[in-house]
Design a protein around this ligand. Structure first.
Ligand SMILES: [Zn+2]
Length: 308
């Protein structure tokens, strides 16, 4: 399969351009989660549009909206945001984020129903609209690959077998990515259709190398979040991975799924940060233009097109 499903329908792989593989444009978290952490609510279409425009002005052409149903996906409002910046392709998500966000729901809903709903989002449309998802999500908890997490991984694998759409997982703090990959592969997902998010939360060269050696992609998306470690360490590890031959298995994004991360809400670093400041810093620090294009353009094109 070489066509890529965006909110506005299928596009060819060469139309992706500079691609942010993991973001959130509009999020309405469940009441209980909002009470625990109010810094997840990205619920202003205007502010989201402002931030997405900044991404576009920084050269961004495609953004992957990784908000799954259990994290508070509102497809009509994501569409309203996307319509404000029509020059950016937006790809939205089917499947589930992680057991923690699902709460009791994960135990009460059957695996068969979850697969049915995920496939419907990919092939018919989300929540009664004709907007189809182009990504399948699943995720697991911190250092824990329990039955609930495995259930989400199995659902994603089943949806992949039916639709062939790529799988982008959530790892909690960069853990359990290898275990996710093993189960996805066992259940028939092709390695080159899997990306593990947030792997740079755990800056472990050994772990990254053993996952990429399976043929699976790893996602770097903690840029500008000093609380998760200094930029120097992230960029040094990127350098080391590229030098070790794993550069063609890395996707980049910024996962700025909090109002405090957005300029539009008075926070930072903002949706343009990776494509402006980090890009310049990398080029000043020995990364070549070819390497930058590999991470920003070639790898996502290959991943979404399903090229081996
Ligand atoms: Zn995310």
């Amino acid at each position: 399969m070489s066509e890529i499903m965006t909110m506005r329908g299928p596009i060819a792989a060469d139309q992706l351009g500079v691609t942010d593989y993991h973001e959130h444009l509009y999020v309405e978290p469940a009441g209980w989660l909002h009470k625990l952490d109010p810094d997840f609510a990205l619920n202003s279409v205007t502010k989201s549009g402002e931030e997405l425009r900044r991404f576009s002005q920084a050269g961004g052409r495609t953004i992957c909206e990784l908000t799954a149903v259990d994290f508070g996906r509102n497809i009509n409002n994501i569409k309203a945001v996307a319509d404000l910046v029509p020059e950016v392709n937006v790809i939205v998500t089917a499947g589930y984020n992680r057991p923690y966000y699902m709460g009791h729901w994960i135990s009460s809903v059957s695996e068969a129903d979850m697969i049915r709903d995920t496939v419907r989002d990919l092939t018919v449309g989300i929540d009664g609209t004709d907007v189809k998802a182009g990504i399948i999500k699943c995720g697991t908890e911190y250092n824990n690959f329990n039955e609930k997490g495995q259930k989400l991984v199995r659902v994603a694998a089943a949806a992949y077998r039916e639709t062939g759409r790529p799988v982008i997982t959530h790892t909690t703090a960069g853990t359990m990515g290898y275990q996710q990959s093993e189960l996805l592969l066992e259940k028939g997902v092709d390695a080159h259709r899997i990306t593990l998010s947030h792997m740079d939360r755990n800056l472990d060269f050994h772990e990254h190398l053993r996952v990429t050696k399976l043929g699976v992609y790893i996602g770097f998306d903690s840029f500008g979040k000093a609380k998760y470690g200094p930029e120097t360490d992230r960029l040094n590890l990127l350098r080391k991975l590229i030098d070790a031959g794993a550069g063609n298995r890395i996707l980049i994004g910024n996962d700025l799924g909090r109002p405090s991360y957005w300029n539009a809400y008075g926070g930072g670093p903002g949706l343009d940060f990776l494509w402006t400041e980090i890009k310049s810093r990398m080029l000043e620090n020995g990364f070549t233009e070819t390497e930058w294009n590999m991470l920003a353009i070639d790898n996502p094109r290959r991943f979404f097109a399903g090229e081996v």
